[in-house]
Design a protein around this ligand. Structure first.
Ligand code: HEM
Ligand code: HEM
Length: 289
């Protein structure tokens, strides 16, 4: 299991979002902290109100981020001719970055107040972004190739066979295989919804335990670095695949149902966004143009 940008992605995302939140809060803290009824008396009201140059700009920037984040991923995923344009998994990272940063900008655009049709846009946007976080957890629980395409059962079995061949080549590899099998031995495929949730959490804990044991075994046994690395990758991959196959059927079903929420909410968000933009343009708000 080679280290890819995906391994560091949650950290990069957290740092980026944290940085933007600190920056935007620092920029307007005094304004956001003022009760809504008193804001009109502030000297910075003309720049900070939702139609002011700052906050209006955040609305436009945030909306563009969401539009680009959604359309780029959807087009790359669905249009065959775009297959050569980068790895799909990286386009999903791009989708998540823009569709998490975009809503953050939009929240500062509203200056923490909501009303009219824009309130529907705001709440559907927040629901879609929150559901996206759940979707991302489900997405990574489904075995995929580097391009992000889901592996078939045959591909999973063939991958497991390749991993076993690597591990069986060394006595320590056999020990690693046995350790992984013992770590996951207590699991049964779950039957009900709640059993599945509990099993997913327990499997995640067991995977972390398996990873720690793999590292321990490899550091005890003094193996040449050129043999240790493939063994470690194979063992980690085996632990990850074992974890995922236990709940695969249920996770696939959850993920299918998740799409049924994520997509319609996106459509409602965009329809009400168009209405909101048309209304503000008709009201004469033009930003800097
Ligand atoms: C997902 C995107 C967006 C959301 C959720 C959103 C939400 C909101 C909210 C909640 C308000 C405050 C309403 C109130 O004062 O009660 C607002 C105001 C406003 N928004 Fe947006 N907005 C979005 C995008 C945009 C865009 C793209 C533009 C410009 C093209 C824009 C322009 C404005 C303007 C000018 C106001 C002030 C309206 C007024 O004071 O009457 N918004 N928006
Ligand atoms: C306002 C914000 C967002 C909107 C409008 C949005 C919209 C969409 C849409 C329309 C799709 C379906 C793409 C397709 O199949 O063609 C999608 C997929 C997805 N989104 Fe989002 N999204 C948003 C935020 C997020 C966030 C914050 C995350 C994760 C933290 C996320 C994670 C995902 C995942 C994992 C998929 C599934 C990819 C797949 O099945 O191929 N989304 N999103």
């Amino acid at each position: 299991m080679k280290r890819t940008i995906g391994n560091y992605f949650p950290i990069i995302l957290l740092v980026l979002c944290g940085f933007v939140i600190v920056l935007l809060t620092f920029n307007g803290w005094n304004y956001y902290d003022t009760p809504i009824a008193l804001r009109a008396f502030r000297s910075d009201y003309q720049t900070m109100k939702p139609s002011g140059v700052f906050s209006h700009g955040f609305g436009i920037a945030g909306s563009l981020m969401i539009i680009i984040g959604v359309s780029s991923y959807s087009f790359r995923k669905r249009i065959n001719r775009l297959r050569s344009f980068g790895v799909l998994a990286n386009w999903l990272h791009f989708h998540i970055i823009l569709c998490l940063l975009g809503p953050i900008f939009i929240i500062y655009h509203t200056t923490f107040k909501s009303g009219g049709i824009a309130a529907i846009t705001l709440w559907t946007m927040l629901s879609v972004a929150a559901s996206g976080i759940i979707g991302r957890f489900l997405y990574v629980l489904i075995p995929r190739n580097l391009n992000g395409t889901q592996l078939t059962m045959e591909e999973i079995e063939s991958e497991m066979k390749n991993i076993s061949e690597v591990l069986q080549g060394y006595p320590v590899g056999i020990l690693l295989s046995q350790t992984i099998d013992i770590t996951f031995a207590r699991f049964q495929p779950p039957q009900t919804f709640w059993q599945t949730i509990v099993t997913i959490i327990q499997l995640e804990i067991s995977k972390i335990q398996a990873r720690n044991k793999i590292r321990e075994i490899l550091s005890w046994n003094k193996i040449a670095p050129e043999a240790a690395l493939p063994l470690k990758h194979a063992a980690l991959e085996r632990a990850a695949l074992t974890q995922k196959t236990f709940v695969l059927g249920q996770v696939e079903r959850f993920f299918h149902n998740w799409h049924l929420i994520h997509l319609p909410f996106t459509i409602i968000m965009f329809i009400t966004l168009i209405a909101h933009v048309v209304v503000v343009i008709l009201l004469g708000y033009r930003w800097i143009f």
